[in-house]
Design a protein around this ligand. Structure first.
Ligand SMILES: CC(C)(COP(=O)(O)OP(=O)(O)OC[C@H]1O[C@@H](n2cnc3c(N)ncnc32)[C@H](O)[C@@H]1OP(=O)(O)O)[C@@H](O)C(=O)NCCC(=O)NCCS
Length: 163
């Protein structure tokens, strides 16, 4: 019995590692508007974001159009081997550093994708920082694992910066 559990576990671990190794990254396009809107307005994303405001799809499309033209903002989309979009990462140039943020598609969370996205962001955008709600333990954990250090906590917000 234990033996078969270990085979199943190994199978899942192998599948997950392979899935993460096959993730691709590209810049966002206007055709990503629907996915980005769905991920951002999912109830968990709304409650874990610094800005809890829920906005309309129309205002989201205006935001995306502006974002795609902004030289100081990079919006990336992560794609799995089946061509499905699974998450997004953003880097905003603010003076000498980049402010990072990220979201994983609700149906593929807890599979290591968030950790992968943050690792890629920290590698690509340096020096970087992130502002995360104290309650968002998973994001604090994956940011720390990716190399960001907690600098301070103010009013329930944790500030982390690259080493
Ligand atoms: C937060 C979020 C990005 C995580 O993505 P994910 O793909 O589910 O995360 P991963 O599977 O890569 O890893 C989550 C890790 O956090 C850990 N974790 C989860 N809950 C935790 C908790 N309460 N305390 C500590 N660690 C926790 C998990 O154990 C996992 O670590 P492990 O792989 O070493 O076991 C995703 O849930 C999301 O998109 N949330 C909504 C949007 C959001 O919060 N964005 C960030 C704003 S800065």
């Amino acid at each position: 019995m234990l033996y078969s559990v270990s085979i199943i576990t190994n199978k899942y671990i192998k599948r997950d590692i392979q899935m993460l190794q096959n993730l691709k990254m590209r810049h966002a396009e206007l055709t990503d508007a629907k996915d980005l809107y769905q991920w951002r307005t999912d109830p968990v994303s709304v409650s874990e974001s610094l800005n809890h405001q829920v906005f309309t799809f129309k205002s989201h499309v205006s935001w995306l159009k502006k974002t795609l033209k902004d030289p100081d903002r990079s919006l990336l989309i992560f794609i799995d081997s089946n061509g499905h979009s699974v998450g997004t990462g953003r880097a905003d140039k603010q003076g000498s550093h980049y402010l990072l943020s990220w979201t994983v598609a609700p149906d593929v969370r807890q599979q290591g994708i968030g950790a992968y996205i943050v690792k890629m962001l920290v590698k690509r955008y340096h020096p970087s920082k992130a502002l995360i709600l104290e309650s968002n333990k998973a994001s604090i954990y994956i940011a720390t694992k990716a190399g960001l250090n907690e600098i301070k906590r103010i009013d329930g917000i944790v500030q982390l910066e690259s080493r």
